[in-house]
Structure formats: C-alpha cells, structure tokens
Write a protein that binds this ligand. Structure first.
Ligand SMILES: NC(=O)c1ccc[n+]([C@@H]2O[C@H](COP(=O)([O-])OP(=O)(O)OC[C@H]3O[C@@H](n4cnc5c(N)ncnc54)[C@H](O)[C@@H]3O)[C@@H](O)[C@H]2O)c1
Length: 267
C-alpha cells in the first residue's frame, strides 16, 4: 500500500478558496493534496462560493471538509475554526496560514497608507491570530505542525513595500513560534513561493499592471531561472505537505523557497 502522509490527521487551512482565474490557487491545491494524503480538512475563507468549490474537490478525493466562513483577521473566526477541528473533526494536527495579498501595493513614497495598513493587517494579523488560537490546542495534544506562507518577495527586488514588510514579519513570527513551542512538540516553518501561476499572481495582477494575462504570464515566466517557467500551486502544495507531515518531523523554524531559483539571483 502506498504511504499516506496525513492519514487520520486534521488540517486547518486559512484561505482555502481562491481568486477567480484559469489555474488552481495555492490554498485550494493544498486542500486537495492533503485530502489525497488522508487528512480531514477544516477550510476557512470569506468567499462562500469559492470555499464551497474547494470543499467539493476535497470530497471528490474521498476526503471530509468542514467549512468555516469568515474573516481570519478576527479572533472569533480563528477560534471557531480551531473549535471545529478539535471538537468536531477530532484534533488539530496541521495548520496552514495561507491568507495573503499584495493588492494595490506600491513603493515607500507611493503606497496609499490605507492600502499599506490593509495589507499589513491581512498578512500579519491573520497569521498571528490563527497561531494564537491553534497553539493551546496543539500544546494540549502534545504536538502539531504550522506552515505559514511568506513570499520570495522578501528576497527579490520588488516595489511592494507593504508586501515585503508583512511577509518579512510572517517569517520572523514563524521562527518565534517554532522557538517557543519546540518543547511542546510543535513545529513551525515558512514557505516562500516565488512566481507561481495562480489566479492571485497572474489573473488578478495582470489588470493591475495594465497588461494582458498572456503578456504578464510571459514576463513572469522569463524571470524564473529554472526552465523559464512559473511554478504551479501544486509545487507550493507539495512543500506544504512535506512541512505539514511527519516526513519533516526534525525540521522547524526554516524558510523554504519554492521559487525555481529566483531568490538566488543577486546582481
Ligand atoms: N501566487 C503567487 O505567485 C504567490 C507568490 C508568493 C506568495 N504567495 C502567497 O500565497 C498565498 C495565497 O495563495 P492563493 O493562490 O491561495 O491565493 P488566493 O488569493 O487565490 O486565495 C486566498 C484565499 O484567501 C481568502 N481570504 C482573503 N482574505 C481573507 C480573510 N480575511 N479571511 C479569510 N479568508 C480570506 C480569499 O477569499 C481567497 O479565497 C498568499 O499568502 C500569497 O501572499 C503567492
């Protein structure tokens, strides 16, 4: 029998829907892959139709999906997702903090302050609150794996100050969680996706930069050292599966670039 990496485990994914577009998003791909590997899912999102579609795909894989609808920058929604995992699904083994945006971002002097505050809050507060809600349950249960989603944007030239600041904060907060909770058997690691062909990265951003989807995708492809092609959400999902499963049982506090070598390019 094939080795099933998350058999009998419960995984919570914050941001399990996706922006509309031609390809699969990171959160949805993780949910589908985790279900294939035997996990029961608790899926959180503000977008009812989109998270329902993820739940449908999870169930098509033979998995079980429970949906918590709401905003993960509020304590109530994070607490409810953890309660559903613990009391209804029977545990909380893996938490993925996937919610994040760079929408409307700009440089230090050009960014709109309200936009800066929105991006900072969404990207950092969601991760903080999800971890605050999940950690007591993971400690009580004697372990767990937290996977946060930063971005290779923290390593490359990019005129997006709120995104860079917020994702750098996510990386630091993840190492703090890892450090403080290792004695409880809890691991915390961050993935740095690079240029990924998701609706968030391509379909949503093309109009923002005033380009067609095809031209924007070609520009992103050209920046990737490995094969001159963007990654896919499956590449990010496989990294999340590794960091969420016992295969990485001795790995904590790391930042794992999944970027086709983009962050290696300096100068
Ligand atoms: N696509 C890329 O090229 C790329 C690169 C680097 C990092 N990332 C990171 O990947 C993550 C997202 O990937 P995705 O493809 O799943 O994105 P996505 O935007 O398609 O999906 C994220 C989901 O989060 C939901 N969401 C937004 N705000 C929420 C809130 N307050 N509460 C609950 N749900 C909320 C959205 O409704 C959406 O369904 C982000 O953290 C992003 O910064 C992406």
């Amino acid at each position: 029998m094939a080795f099933v990496r998350l058999a009998g485990e419960v995984a919570v994914i914050a941001g399990a829907g996706q922006a509309p577009g031609e390809t699969i998003g990171n959160g949805r791909a993780m949910a589908v892959l985790f279900a294939r590997e035997g996990a029961d899912l608790v899926l959180i999102d503000v977008d009812e139709a989109s998270v329902a579609e993820t739940a449908r795909l999870v169930e098509a894989e033979g998995g079980k999906a429970r949906v918590v609808l709401g905003d993960v920058t509020t304590e109530e929604v994070c607490a409810e997702a953890v309660r559903v995992a613990d009391e209804e699904a029977g545990g909380l083994d893996v938490l993925v903090c996937n919610v994040g945006t760079n929408r409307g971002d700009g440089g230090v002097t050009s960014v709109d302050l309200a936009v800066w505050e929105r991006i900072m809050a969404l990207n950092t507060r969601s991760m903080l609150l999800m971890c605050r809600a999940a950690l007591p349950v993971m400690r009580r249960r004697g372990g767990g794996a937290i996977v946060t989603i930063s971005s290779a944007a923290t390593r490359v030239s990019l005129n997006q100050i709120a995104y860079k600041m917020s994702k750098a904060a996510v990386e630091q907060a993840t190492t703090a969680v890892a450090d403080a909770n290792a004695r409880h058997g809890i691991r915390a690691n961050t993935i740095l996706p690079g240029l990924i062909e998701t609706p968030m990265g391509v379909d949503q951003q093309a109009p923002e930069v005033g380009m067609s989807r095809a031209d924007w995708a070609a520009l992103r492809d050209a920046k990737v050292p490995l094969g001159r092609r963007m990654g896919t959400a499956w590449d990010v999902a496989h990294a999340a599966l590794y960091l969420g499963s016992d295969e990485s049982r001795f790995v904590t506090g790391v930042t794992l670039p999944v970027d086709g070598g983009q962050s290696l390019r300096v100068g």
